[in-house]
Design a protein around this ligand. Structure first.
Ligand SMILES: CC(C)(COP(=O)(O)OP(=O)(O)OC[C@H]1O[C@@H](n2cnc3c(N)ncnc32)[C@H](O)[C@@H]1OP(=O)(O)O)[C@@H](O)C(=O)NCCC(=O)NCCS
Length: 160
């Protein structure tokens, strides 16, 4: 399997990033903690094999925190997710953020496993928060592909 490389997103990436977000996240927007994000316009990193994107992370800096807004790997189990987290961690540290955090949902047990292996710890649990998110983004399904309800927000963080 060829090696991948990571680089910072530039405005020239906006179009394909938007396509990936619509495909993987159901719309051009992502809603977490009742806030609407447009990931295609956020800073981020992408992983490539040759010129082909195989992973994408977008983030948003707010005060002391850096939030990972989206993370997707379509070359799973080869270190792409880990490398993108490392890049975000470095970016957050460089601008003096005290914490790197993200929000996932109760059903995403694979992400919960992955993030805890990366050193993240649960910092907040918001029961039924997705009902509020659905008012802003009706495309969020009631059930995931395994039939689990998509219901609660789980926030995880790493202190930097
Ligand atoms: C969660 C996600 C981003 C992980 O991405 P990934 O590219 O598979 O991540 P990695 O390859 O770095 O790590 C995954 C596993 O592969 C292992 N791995 C890492 N490098 C590896 C390598 N070179 N060879 C084999 N396995 C490797 C890791 O140890 C890890 O296993 P572990 O969790 O048991 O420790 C990916 O599964 C994904 O896109 N999921 C769907 C979207 C999603 O849920 N995003 C998060 C929303 S909050």
């Amino acid at each position: 399997m060829p090696d991948f490389h990571i680089r910072l997103l530039t405005p020239a990436d906006c179009e394909w990033v938007n396509r990936v977000i619509v495909t993987n996240w159901g719309a051009e927007i992502v809603v977490t903690h009742s806030e609407i994000f447009h990931p295609a316009y956020l800073p981020g990193y992408a992983a490539f094999i040759d010129e082909e994107p195989v992973g994408l992370l977008t983030y948003n800096i707010t005060g002391n925190g850096c939030e990972i807004v989206t993370l997707d790997s379509w070359h799973e189990g080869h270190g792409v997710g880990t490398a993108l987290i490392k890049a975000a961690r470095q970016a957050a540290s460089q601008v003096g953020c005290g914490r790197l955090f993200l929000v996932t949902t109760n059903n995403n047990t694979h992400a919960l496993h992955f993030y805890q292996k990366q050193g993240f710890v649960i910092s907040s649990l918001r029961i039924n928060a997705i009902a509020e998110s659905r008012k802003l983004k009706p495309q969020i399904p009631l059930l995931d592909e395994d039939g689990l309800p998509i219901r609660d927000e789980i926030e995880l963080e790493i202190n930097l």
